[in-house]
Design a protein around this ligand. Structure first.
Ligand code: PLP
Length: 458
């Protein structure tokens, strides 16, 4: 057989025209979101003040297997998609593994990550509904960038609350968001009640994603015509990100391949949920049985050390309650954590699949992650985002296992983005200043103690 090319691209005609909704094939569904005021399952109407209507419907839709991607979104996707599926020949050679390693690279757009896949969808539906502004939070900055691109395209004013430590560490991320006309505040800020309350208790806090979410949600519900949008965790975001997995599966079919192992990094679970979607479908329907592995930071270990419980999605405790693997909405990763993926919770869909044994999770330390990142950069010439590098390390570890056993497994991992704006973290690694901090059980107990008490449920 002819050698498999390095980069496999779909043609525009081969690109998916619908998203795949994994919930339609799950044997048991994720637990419903609860309205925190009543502790009853949230209705779609409960979500309308926060989310735009079409997105609220997607959030609640457990049955429609394929949802058409509106024509306009398909056209937008064509500006930067399909993303390439790349065979990591050099990395394989360097490792001396019989495994075949493929990665789907989502960093070829200005946001530098997969986040644009959902940002454009969310901005599109907001425009369609006639909303006049959007708010969001951003941690490392990729989501804020992606959404500012999408909002500029659809001419929707955007306010971004950026976790304070990232705001200070990444001035160029801010500059890009401002280039696309996004208004950006470091969070906690004094522009919201949630922000002021947190500042009153801890004026020097470096901020957290949960806190930035509270601020953005508050701004949305107190501003007419404004809604909140979120770049991860939610069911609707996993739905939009299924484009990653659908393209990957099709590209692999073109070269007669199918993965034995699918690996992704896990922050809130959107890239992982999107990448694995069609492969998990095969698993759920008995067509194939690939191993699916989530890789998360040891300093923010929601899957591997979190509790499967109802929790708030934000620190200010104003969002609906979601049943998910969580470290508690008050959890803040240690200040030396530089590798992203700092959210306290995890997608309810992935949480349920993990809980039911359909996937595995491992946690890794950040110095090992940066070692894998620099090795990958030198072999494959792409400077990876620290977040993505968790998946790289996961793939390397699996490839090295194959080397021991002599098995030529096919590994697919998600390379979610580039690391151009993470050079402060790279510098810390290269200068030997980066350390690993693994939270103790006592550290984690603080977050768990803050889990909501729900009569009759938990
Ligand atoms: C946001 C982000 C992640 C983590 O988010 P998920 O929702 O878990 O996918 C991973 N990689 C990059 C490059 C990101 O920007």
């Amino acid at each position: 057989m002819a050698k498999i090319p390095h980069r496999i691209y779909l043609t525009e005609e081969q690109m998916p025209t619908s998203w795949y909704n994994l919930r339609a094939d799950m044997k048991e569904l994720p637990e419903p979101m609860l309205n925190p005021a009543t502790n009853q399952p949230a209705t779609v109407e409960d979500l309308y003040p926060v989310f735009c209507e079409k997105l609220a419907k997607q959030e609640m839709d457990n049955t429609t297997r394929y949802i058409d991607i509106p024509e306009e979104i398909q056209e937008f996707y064509k500006m930067y998609r399909p993303s390439p599926l790349i065979r990591a020949y050099n990395l394989e050679k360097y490792l001396g593994t019989p495994a075949k390693i493929y990665y789907k690279f989502e960093g070829n757009n200005t946001s530098g990550s997969h986040k644009l896949n959902s940002a454009v969808a969310q901005a599109y539906y907001a425009k369609e509904q006639g909303l006049t502004s959007l708010t969001t939070e951003t941690g490392a900055g990729q989501w804020g960038t992606a959404l500012s691109e999408a909002c500029a395209y659809y001419n929707i004013p955007l306010t971004v609350y950026m976790v304070k430590c990232s705001y200070e560490q990444k001035p160029f991320r801010r500059a890009i968001i401002e280039t696309f006309d996004g208004k950006i505040y470091p969070s906690p800020s004094d522009t919201t009640n949630a922000g002021r309350a947190i500042l009153a208790v801890d004026p020097d806090t470096t901020g957290s994603l949960g806190c930035a979410i509270s601020e953005a949600v508050e701004k949305a519900v107190t501003t007419p015509g404004c809604r909140y949008v979120l770049g991860s965790v939610l069911n609707q975001v996993l739905l939009h990100q299924s484009i990653i997995g659908l393209e990957s599966k099709k590209a692999m079919e073109l070269i007669d391949e199918y993965p034995d192992i699918v690996i992704g990094c896990a922050g809130g679970g959107s890239n992982l949920g999107g990448l694995i979607a069609p492969f998990m479908q095969d698993k759920l329907t008995g067509k194939a049985n690939p191993s699916i592995i989530a890789v998360e930071p040891a300093s923010c270990p929601s899957f591997t050390r979190g509790k499967y419980a109802y929790d708030f999605c934000d620190t200010g405790k104003i969002t609906p309650l979601a049943k998910m693997y969580t470290l508690g909405s008050g959890f803040v990763p240690s200040a030396n954590h530089a590798g992203g993926l700092r959210y306290h919770g995890m997608s309810p869909i992935l949480s349920k699949l993990y809980h039911d044994g359909y996937m595995e999770a491992v946690s890794v330390e950040q110095t090992k992650v940066f070692e894998a990142a620099t090795l990958f950069a030198k072999q494959e010439t792409i400077l990876p985002a620290p977040e993505s590098s968790h998946a790289i390390l996961g793939a390397i570890n699996e490839a090295l296992k194959c080397k021991e056993t002599g098995e030529a497994k096919t590994i697919l991992f998600g390379l979610t983005g580039t690391g151009y704006f993470d050079m402060t973290a790279y510098n810390a690694y290269m200068s030997g200043k980066m350390t690993d901090y693994i939270p103790t059980d006592e550290d984690l107990a603080i977050g768990f103690n803050g889990l909501p008490k729900i009569p009759g449920i938990q």
